[in-house]
Design a protein around this ligand. Structure first.
Ligand code: NAD
Length: 249
């Protein structure tokens, strides 16, 4: 069904590739005006050029001033921002006891602080515009259950889950819905070095362990994000939506 985001203005972080780019494609197909942002500027420009009507802006989610500048530009051009997808994130495959403070703080600054800055900057703009709006935070199944060898990552994704629920309670009265999405293993550039993507036997074994018998693709996540961005989910807020083929029932 086309047009589920007709006329909406949507900003997606980490949109140069992977799930963010897929959400940009799907949102545009459903009538949204999409602003993709990332730090991978060449790739972001290329991705935006492939999708008609999409614009690309540099935005390092760790930077308060860059958030202010990009959201200010969107508000000046469109007068409102209806949808924010806090998708940018990095993984760190490392045992906690071997993780340096620098490595830990880098993961926190992008996954957790970046999501906080995005929610805060955009919520203030959404409140001033006074329209129903939606924030979708991309957490992980690692934001619902501790995952060994991903301790720093898991901690930040739990933080995203918690901030989502708190923000939903604070901003519901302004018509701002805030939900989190929790992908399982998804085939994107982030995961290409993991063993299931380097070894066919490991992949086959991994797929057999998933109730739906396959590894997820970006479109599986984009479809959930589309639902949460649009008006069909207008009575959902503060919720955690898992998309993992049934591993975490
Ligand atoms: P990806 O690596 O393809 O995409 C992540 C994007 O975030 C990249 O384009 C990257 O450049 C961008 N990014 C990194 N640091 C940034 C910064 N400081 N500012 C702005 N952008 C920055 O990976 P993906 O799988 O598409 O990941 C999207 C989201 O999904 C992430 O939050 C990730 O943690 C989450 N997730 C992924 C999986 C998976 O299996 N792929 C599982 C659970 C959750």
């Amino acid at each position: 069904m086309a047009g589920r985001l007709e006329g909406k203005i949507a900003l997606i972080t980490g949109g140069a590739r992977g799930q963010g780019a897929e959400e940009g494609r799907l949102f545009t197909a459903h009538g949204a005006t999409v602003i993709l942002t990332d730090v991978l500027d060449e790739q972001g420009e290329r991705t935006a050029a492939e999708i008609e009507g999409v614009t690309y802006r540099h935005l390092d989610v760790r930077s308060e001033s860059e958030w202010e500048a990009v959201v200010g530009e969107v508000m000046a051009e469109h007068g409102r921002l209806d949808v924010l997808v806090n998708n940018a994130g990095i993984d760190l495959v490392k045992k906690l006891a071997a993780t340096s403070l620098e490595e830990f703080e880098r993961v926190v600054s992008i996954n957790q602080t970046g999501t906080f800055l995005g929610m805060r900057t955009v919520a203030n703009a959404m409140i001033s515009a006074g329209k129903p709006s939606s924030i979708v935070n991309i957490s992980s199944v690692a934001g619902l259950e501790g995952v060994a060898n991903h301790g720093a990552y898991s901690g930040t994704k739990f933080a995203v889950t918690g901030m989502t629920k708190a923000a939903a309670k604070e901003w519901g009265k302004h018509g701002i819905r805030v939900n989190s999405v929790h992908p399982g293993l998804i085939e994107t550039p982030m995961t290409e070095d993991l063993r299931p993507f380097r070894d066919a036997d490991v992949r086959a074994k991994a797929e057999r362990s998933i109730p739906l018998q396959r590894i997820g693709q970006s479109i599986d996540i984009a479809n959930m994000v589309l639902f949460l961005a649009g008006d069909e989910s207008s009575y959902c807020t503060g919720q955690a939506f898992t998309v993992d083929g049934g591993v975490h029932p």
